[in-house]
Design a protein around this ligand. Structure first.
Ligand code: CP
Ligand code: NVA
Length: 304
């Protein structure tokens, strides 16, 4: 049987997302009730980090432990990956010693080459191109607060980064519309948009992109790996802050999301991220529940 990987959102069907979300609801309830649930006894997750992380490491490591399994952390500095061992060889070796692998790295092609050489499922914990676990947790969070996201309009304000490209895939899969506003020089790459034209609209004015939407979303202006561009980006993104003025243009019950870590006063004002429309802590917590359900699905398959 072919191994199922989760390298980008388009690897799953809507039916699979709905199944995993249903399991996440059950697993979340068990967690809140301190109910022991150990479907992954004797299973091992290897986590490879080539970039920094707080939430992704914590949610995968704690999640695996809560499901009765174990998680092993590797990074570029301490492992042979940092000394040039081919990613194909790493995929062969690691996948003979564990049951599932999560990788946070740079180019999407790295994780694809790794997965092509892996005997076990591989999960994308963030690449330059995608952040599927985060956007999956965000969709789950939206549904918890507002019900189905199908037919809604969501705004993306800021950089055309990994989060945006995963949101574009989500728009296609979950059937919502994405209003995208990025500054001049930082536009979306049409070749990388995985959504039909009726699922997104590009805006030059970020305020206009927020008009009437059910959710306003932003992220850092400088993603990991692009730090050298930080000063230039600070200037280019001037005006793209999500502040009270932009939130006022959204629907009155609009939510605000940010995958974190955030920079108050840059991409989001403190009154918005710390205000009543913000669900950023729920997004972070739901990484745990969604990924536990994802680990269960990829290792055990459908159980209900
Ligand atoms: N949102 C997110 O992936 O956070 P970390 O970089 O802390 O893992
Ligand atoms: N776009 C950000 C997300 C961090 C979780 C980055 O890639 O750094």
């Amino acid at each position: 049987m072919a191994i199922k990987h989760f390298l980008q959102l388009s690897d799953f069907t809507l039916d699979e997302f709905n199944y995993v979300m249903e399991r996440a609801r059950i697993i979340k309830r068990k967690f809140k009730n301190y109910e022991t649930y150990h479907p992954l006894v004797d299973r091992t997750l290897v986590m490879v980090f080539e970039k920094n992380s707080t939430r992704t490491r914590l949610s995968f490591e704690a999640g695996m432990q809560q499901l009765g399994g174990a998680a092993i952390y590797l990074n570029t500095r301490d492992s042979q990956l940092g000394r040039g061992e081919p990613v194909e060889d790493a995929g062969q070796v690691m996948s003979r010693m564990c049951d599932i692998i999560m990788i946070r790295t740079f180019g999407q092609e790295i994780i694809e080459r790794f997965a092509a050489n892996s005997r076990v499922p591989v999960i994308n914990g963030l690449t330059n191109e995608h952040h599927p676990c985060q956007v999956f947790a965000d969709i789950f969070t939206f549904i918890e607060h507002r019900g189905s996201i199908a037919g809604k309009t969501v705004a993306w304000i800021g950089d055309a980064n990994n989060m945006l490209y995963s949101w574009l895939q989500a728009a296609q899969i979950f059937g919502f519309h994405l209003n995208v506003s990025t500054p001049a020089g930082y536009e979306t790459d049409p070749a990388r948009i995985d959504a039909d034209q009726d699922h997104y609209t590009l805006f030059t004015n970020p305020g206009d992109a927020c008009a009437g939407v059910s959710l306003v979303n932003t992220d850092v202006w400088t993603s990991m790996g692009y730090e050298a561009e930080n000063q230039v980006r600070l200037k280019a993104f001037d005006g793209w802050i999500v502040d009270a003025e932009k939130m006022a243009r959204a629907a009155p019950d609009a939510l605000f999301m940010h995958c974190l870590p955030a920079h108050r006063g840059e991409e989001v004002s403190a009154d918005v991220i710390d205000g009543p429309q913000s669900v950023v802590w729920d997004e972070a917590e739901n990484r745990l529940h969604i990924q536990k359900a994802l680990l269960e699905y990829l290792m055990v398959g459908r159980i209900s």
